[in-house]
Ligand binder design. Sequence first.
Ligand code: PLP
Length: 383
Amino acid sequence: MVEPKRIYLSPPHMSGKEQEYVEEAFASNWVAPLGPHVDGFEAELSSYLGTGGALALNSGTAAIHLALLLMDAGRGERVFCSALTFAATANPILYGGAEPIFIDSEPWSWNMSPGALERALSDTKREGQLPKAVIVVNLYGQSADLEPIIELCEGYGIPLIEDAAESFGATYKGGKSGSFGRFGVLSFNGNKIITTSGGGALVSDDLEALDRARYLSAQARQKAAHYEHTEAGYNYRLSNILAAVGRAQLEVIEERIEAKRRIFESYREAVGEIEGIAFMGEPDYGKSTRWLTALTVDPLRCKASRDQIIDTLEAENIEARPVWKPMQLQPLYAGSRYYEHEKDVSVSEKLFEQGLCLPSGSSLTEEEQERVITIVKHTLASG
Ligand SMILES: Cc1ncc(COP(=O)(O)O)c(C=O)c1O
């Protein structure tokens, strides 16, 4: 029997222009190290987001690491971080030997709980050691409720890093996701809404800080013919070839957002009314890209569990995944401090137990989505 074609969670979706731009880079021999596509990509990213500047890097993880270096978040220091995220957000805290403290989600946006953040800030202030930075994550295409978070951070004088790896293209109160913190972090990893196969960017209005990040990201070379070094640098820049891919991708960002939002709505129309199913909301402060369609499956009210749905889809060669395992539950971060949304209410842990991400690639066809929906409905009806 021929196996049905695999449906991935969020595969790369090329526009067709990428090869043309890459060929141009080859023709001009701007293959390495940097080049005009990198400059163009940076200018287009900052213009799209409305930030003072952008630094194109080889990953979003590198962007977080650089932001933390710029804030001197090194050994012995503390950094607050959204609990419900991919480990890439938190790992750079460990690179420099700082201590992560995890902040729970709120139920409506699934993102950082301002209440939990407030308690964490107040406690650490009392202890005489506030964090060097707060990293807020915008999950699955949706911005966190940034206003109260920014207010708290400003009140305590703590800089904010906005991890917009999953929310590029989303908005918050009229501004673009990624443009709100002292630094914004973007990812162009293969599964993101636009991709350079691998890549990322650090964005900011602080051009001096971006210049320092640029220097650190290119081996911290001092201006001298023989390359003078006074501190350790990193090899974090994006190549001109990959920036060419990124520029073609950026041209179609709005189409990609609309496609992902349509996919989300089709899922919601098909299964949103089933008892025990609840789709990730969209608070009225902004527009989500619906990078991944995420929903919860209540085991007490549904005939099938989240894991049964994932297993049944997998048996039909369809990739679906649980919501991120929160950092405080990861063995790597066992014993780390964690602030719940409310006393004895851990929102991120409940979302992890019940949360499901369905295939959401912007290239998903109606027929493919129908295949997914039929299986989900059938599993939910029969258990
Ligand atoms: C929330 C979040 N932060 C950071 C990253 C890291 O980005 P990259 O894979 O480009 O290093 C990712 C995804 O990979 C992510 O989902």
